[in-house]
Ligand binder design. Sequence first.
Ligand code: ADP
Ligand code: MG
Length: 408
Amino acid sequence: MSPTVVYFGNTPLLGYYTLFRDETKLDINYIPSRLLHRLTELNLLSQFFSFILRFPGKMSQRVLIAGRVGTGKTVLAQFFGLQLLREARRRNINLHYVHANCREYRGNMSYILQKILHHFYPNFPVRGYSLEELLQTLMQVLDDENTHVILALDELEYLIQKAGSDPVYQLTRLQESRSPHSPHRLSLICILRRLETLEKLDESTRSTLQHNIIVLDEYSKQQLEDILNDRVELAFKPNTVPSDTISLVAELAEAERGNARYAIELLWRAGKYADANQLNLVTPECVRMAAASIYPNIRKSDIVSLSLHERLFLLGIAKAFNQTGKAFLSTGEAEEAYKVVCEELDEKPRRHTKLWEYLQKLAVMGILKTRKAQVKTKGRTTLISLPWIPAEMLEKELYKSLNEETAG
Ligand code: ADP
Ligand code: MG
């Protein structure tokens, strides 16, 4: 009898073996060379901005892009920005596209304006200017440079949540404060998840923003498969990701409301499982393993971006859900739980009004949900729920991030 040779695929398992060709193609910040299934929206954007290329300085534009997580809002704006820059260069038009994520700037408009100023003058001093002064300086700089900036304000809800109407109002009114025939220098692309967030803005700001709205629908399973296929080709070695696997990823992501971000992250993680187990294919089982370890609504980076006391507050809430087994917590119960956590970790608790701010922020981030309710004895109150992540999992993640912080 001849000896049985067991092959792990047809690749000898020597040294470090990986199925990836280039992981960066699955990075959330990667801008693909083609944008699938968003041609209509891309054309619409081009139309909205076409006169800026034809008649530079004569007008400015405001466009709103809305859609759920992972519907391609960010990538649509960035892709369009690149395309517009290329076209402007071809026509010798001086134009800049600046993409600013309001979450990364902690909802602070001054930081965002400084980013644009640094784009032109890297040595521009960082501190000491009010929002009004920064805006005036910016306009002066754009006049000096004789240029037009298209500013994309991504995750606008963070700006609105932090500062209300004011910064957006000032941006949309810039031209009115200038002398009548001065050129238009600044256009806006505002990006947010839910149009309802705009209700927090004052009437006139809202109406100036609402003229040109592009709403991105959830991707279908087939559309997600197309997007995934493109990425598989770039990110993995040939014939390592079977179509079954792609189909399963697309199906899971469709169930998460057509979330392409989840689809791509799932694919990446499935690849990691395959590598860890030294497989020569990314099998559907790898996808199932990956799916068990990601919560589509909550990114780890979200938790990392929280301040210490925001994390402690969230930890209190997670622990309270864990211990009580309840579906809803009142704000009073959350506050109590937070105080216990502070005591446990030897931190001085923040005041009630701060906690209210934290709660709003966590709700905007989609980590928890709040709802007003009538309670018999106490009148109206706010109830907190945690519909998207197991409390136990959240508690663990928070402890981990707190430990990493104190260790590092
Ligand atoms: P959103 O900003 O709406 O949450 P993103 O723009 O971040 O969504 O998209 C999520 C991920 O899916 C990104 O990696 C992005 O490159 C990818 N993606 C989304 N839509 C498309 C598309 N139409 N074609 C190619 N890749 C896409
Ligand atoms: Mg985005």
